[in-house]
Design a protein around this ligand. Structure first.
Ligand SMILES: [Zn+2]
Length: 345
């Protein structure tokens, strides 16, 4: 899922996401949109889809991750999280119920429950207490969601989030308890918080098999291109990550032949396309030399062309994976991907 934090994927128009990228779903950020422009304004303007002119699916996170990562001044109580806006310092509170209401005001297709996102590392005791709270919050959010859903039909889904820091026993216990909610899909959160990457994979490996096979399993906030098949191999269906778009703006491009750091002098007169195997507008149209020039000159167009390519690369990998699964050749695909990524820059 491309990430559109402020209801916009940075540097791209929704038209690009639709026609060039054929993205099926984008992620938007509850914390940011709640603070600015506010969920009530978005609701009055017809909801998030109309507001951002995006006809396909929108997933919104619950805001918990941003509250914990952007705010030194947050206080977690049994009721919810007290925090100060990073914009003007004003106090706000997110509760399991209020974050459902905010996301319903957006008209999100997939809503996420409020969860407590711990830093890394924490003790087993702290992680256990936090999982207890996350489970109570998930139950509360789900009850409220089901009540409200009865009045507007089944067009929305609420996903609970498995937490448990880097402790497999807590992750498993959390997953098993969340199964009782019988949710439409499940997320694995609290990863990509500074832990070594093999540990993130290990936690997913411990958790994903416990979640229902026939419903989406979503790992939040991962990963690098070479990690996508690894997560899928562990049973993951959905991922989101700012890396393709953020790295694009910083001049780091993901290609089928590895990473290209476009500012390198070796691309000064390079007339080749960025990635011969990529069919995106950027690769169909421009040379590496031109892309490097735009980057060096600080042109906004660079961000657009680079983001278009990086997101295409990510979505292409996922399209190839889906095809391999349908053809029954995913094990070979995974082996090839592993041996290729071992040799690429
Ligand atoms: Zn491309």
């Amino acid at each position: 899922m491309p990430v559109g934090t402020q209801a916009g994927v940075k540097s791209l128009a929704p038209r690009d996401l639709l026609t060039e990228l054929d993205a099926r779903i984008v992620l938007a950020n509850t914390y940011h949109l709640y603070l600015r422009p506010g969920h009530e304004i978005i609701q009055r303007l017809g909801g998030l889809h109309r507001f951002m002119s995006w006809p396909r699916a929108v997933l919104t996170d619950s805001g918990g991750f941003q509250v914990f990562s952007l705010n030194a001044l947050n206080k977690v109580t049994e009721e919810g999280v007290l925090f100060r806006s990073h914009l003007d310092g004003a106090p706000h509170m997110f509760t399991p119920v209020s974050t459902v209401d905010v996301q319903l005001a957006f008209g999100s297709d997939i809503l996420m429950v409020l969860d407590e996102c711990l830093p890394y590392p924490v003790s087993h005791d702290d992680a256990r207490r936090s999982v207890g709270r996350t489970l109570r919050w998930a139950g509360e959010a789900n009850r409220h969601f089901l009540q409200r859903r009865s009045s507007f039909g089944a067009a929305h889904s609420l996903f609970p989030i498995v937490q448990g820091s880097m402790y497999a026993d807590l992750r498993r216990a959390c997953a098993l308890e969340l199964l009782e909610l019988d949710a439409d899909g499940y997320a694995i959160g609290g990863l990509s918080v500074g832990e070594p990457r093999n540990l993130s994979l290990e936690m997913v490996e411990a958790t994903a098999p416990l979640l229902p096979l026939a419903r989406p399993r979503y790992v939040m906030g991962v990963g690098l291109p070479e990690e996508l098949p690894e997560y899928v191999a562990r049973g993951v269906d959905m991922m989101d990550c700012v890396l393709p778009s953020r790295n694009a703006r910083n001049g780091c491009l993901f290609t089928s032949a590895g990473r290209v750091i476009i500012k390198n002098a070796r691309y000064l007169e390079d007339a080749e396309p960025l990635d011969r195997e990529c069919a995106c507008y950027t690769c169909r149209t421009f040379s590496r030399a031109y892309l490097r020039h735009l980057f060096q000159a600080g042109e906004m167009l660079f961000s657009t062309l680079a983001t278009l390519h990086n997101l295409t690369r990510y979505l292409d990998i996922m399209r190839q994976i889906r095809q391999a699964i349908l053809l029954g050749t995913f094990p070979q695909y995974l082996n090839n991907a592993r041996s290729r990524s071992a040799t690429l820059p």
